[in-house]
Design a protein around this ligand. Structure first.
Ligand SMILES: [Fe+2]
Length: 438
């Protein structure tokens, strides 16, 4: 039986959802948590003479983080290989390269454990690689049709631990790996509970080396997760599936979402200036990493929505970074367009961003939220003022972007709290060309 978004959808014989659940990797958080990686792996059942792979990129080798992790694992008695060719916003081909590396080094069985070290791209490469090694074939077998075969993952594979070096993407807890398909100019996700890591080790000392612009951009991604989670539809606006295994991975907002969103917004909005302007401020870095984690727990279990849906076609065509794309799109999409779905909720959000809403209507509070959010971006000094500054995007480009969003991002658009048409998306893209005058 088909699974539809709305409780009023047809005579499906299904009743409204009454249950929510949350699945999470084991979490280990704090300064020098890296020193507990070997303990974490053993706790997941990794044996003493195990041979593992660290999936990372050249930059993290140069900075020394990959060497630190490798030395720690070797000191603990493990044999370790390092794959340092993860690419930013990885293509299907880039993941195939990592899978080939694993098969060349170890055969079909693969490594005894995997560590993904880096930003979202390294972590997604590690997630997709482990999944394909465990389930056989190649990445496209598990990408949704028509781009891929749409097969389901049935195995999780050997233990995987993720270690973020940015505070933002939430890839360390999400059940998704985003892969680009350059010839089609689209991004596709492999989405499955089997893709999720077994554990995440979050060490703020690995994030102090992140330069100001990347700190700001990943922070805006994290804030986006928190705000989108807080404002998406409630879990009980869906239908309850006949079999719990059919419940979607993005199942709507729960009481847990609210709690984590609120804390995430507080931590991120009150520490991002310090982290961007003084990267060595370890206390601010720690709070940012915590805020990003909480934002991901909120947004990436409830489901990201319109802003993320619009960001993927932009990133794919113009090769912009995910976080900066989220930053320029959030005011027009998540705040301006979606606030009509539940103005009182957006007024509460304004309060979370320290707007004094006394005497304001909900609509005025939502407008003030937008101004406050834009001011935060301007204070960081490294973010583009809109799509035009981001990638020379003009009104002429908007039709294509809107069409792509609607045609390829149904998975996320279904989560949006306000219904959205292609012409709505076009208007929102136009609004996002310029958020402020430079
Ligand atoms: Fe994101």
């Amino acid at each position: 039986m088909g699974y539809e978004r709305s409780v009023s959808a047809g005579n499906s014989g299904l009743s409204p959802e009454t249950v929510w659940s949350i699945k999470m990797p084991e979490l280990r958080f704090g300064r020098d948590a890296t020193d507990e990686l070997a303990f974490q792996l053993r706790d997941l059942g990794v044996g003493d003479d195990a041979h593992g792979l660290v999936v990372t990129d050249e930059n993290l080798v140069d900075i020394g983080h990959a060497g630190r992790v490798r030395a720690h694992l070797e000191d603990a008695g493990f044999a370790v290989d390092v794959y340092d060719e993860s690419e930013r916003e990885p293509s299907v081909e880039a993941v195939e390269d990592c899978i080939s590396f694993v098969r060349d080094e170890t055969g079909e069985a693969g490594y005894d454990f995997y560590v993904g070290l880096g930003g979202g791209s390294c972590m997604d490469t590690a997630k997709a690689t482990r999944a394909v090694i465990a389930n056989g074939g190649g990445p496209l077998d598990y990408v949704a049709e028509p781009t891929g075969e749409g097969n389901s993952l049935t195995q999780s594979g050997e233990p995987l631990v993720l270690m973020p070096t940015t505070a933002g993407t939430g890839a360390e807890i999400s059940p998704v790996a985003i892969l680009s398909v350059p010839e089609k100019q689209i991004k596709e996700g492999i989405s499955s509970g089997h893709l999720r890591a077994d554990a995440a080790v979050l060490d703020p000392t690995l994030t102090t080396t992140l330069p100001p612009d990347l700190t700001a951009k990943t922070a805006m991604d994290a804030l986006g997760h928190a705000i989108e989670g807080y404002t998406t539809h409630e879990y009980d606006s869906l239908l309850r599936p006949e079999d719990p295994s059919e419940r979607p991975v993005y199942a709507g907002r729960t009481p847990l979402t609210e709690m984590f969103s609120e804390k995430a917004i507080d931590l991120l909005s009150s520490n991002v200036r310090a982290a961007v302007h003084n990267g060595d401020d370890l206390e601010a870095r720690e709070r940012m990493l915590q805020g990003a984690l909480f934002g991901a727990i909120a947004g990436l279990t409830a489901g990201a929505s319109l802003c993320h849906a619009m960001a993927y076609p932009v990133g794919n065509k113009y090769h912009t970074k995910h976080g900066e794309t989220i930053a320029v799109l959030t005011p027009a999409s998540t705040i301006d367009y979606n606030s009509a779905s539940d103005p009182a909720r957006f007024a509460k959000l304004a309060e979370m961003f320290d707007v004094d809403t006394a005497g304001m209507t909900n609509r005025e509070a939502a407008d003030a939220l937008k101004e406050q959010y834009i001011q935060l971006q301007r204070d960081l000094n490294v973010l583009p003022s809109g799509l035009t500054e981001l990638a020379d995007i003009t009104a002429d480009d908007v039709d294509w972007l809107a069409k792509q969003t609607v045609e390829t991002q149904d998975r996320l658009l279904r989560c949006n709290p306000r219904p959205v048409t292609e012409s709505d998306v076009r208007e929102i893209f136009l609004d996002a060309l310029r958020n402020w005058e430079e």
